[in-house]
Design a protein around this ligand. Sequence first.
Ligand code: BG6
Ligand code: MG
Length: 216
Amino acid sequence: KIEAIIYDLDGVITDTAEYHFLAWKTLADELHIPFDRAFNEQLKGLSRIDSLNLILEQGSKSYTEKEKEQLAAKKNEHYQTLIRKISPDDLLPGVEAFMKEVKQAGIKTGLASASKNAQTVIQKLEITDLLDTVVDAAEVKRGKPDPEVFLTAAEQLGANPDNCIGIEDARSGVAAIKSAGMFAVGIGDRETLSRADWIIEDSSLLSLSLLKQKYD
Ligand code: BG6
Ligand code: MG
């Protein structure tokens, strides 16, 4: 029995993964640190500061904690400029229909995001009503791949993790779902998401009936 479906936000519900990439790219260019899409793959799902540390390791300079804080804030400014115009039109294909179908089927829904901007983004997307709980970076101590964010969402929903499904676009996110003891749906690249129980190429292929078949 599926008790709850817990969604990642960035790259699953809307394409803010692209905005995170662009914002990091701007910062890396300013610092003259090499940065491309292949490298960005491993940042997906990681907290802002964990991502920054990985990027800075690619350069030759060392930075104080204070400088790192300022750089993280700068990236966030770039990011917030990019998300300013987000609207319901930015929901990825098939996502809204799927989320509605899940709710109508009586399955609880949650969000498990590593982003401190998660509340802003879901408000702009106008999907607050489709989520029974929202857990974001502000609420958890350990970021993905630690399972804490998914386990916290399950707990808030009163659902047994064994009966939950997590949906992710990031390798670290799939790892978090699996460590939580949940069924993992991966959206994106088959190799990157190889640990997922069901992998689909893009969100338009989300289907509750197909998911039930895979889950059983
Ligand atoms: C995750 C993204 O959802 O949130 C990461 O996949 C991002 O790319 C992380 O670094 C933290 O986001 P924010 O908005 O708190 O900087
Ligand atoms: Mg994601």
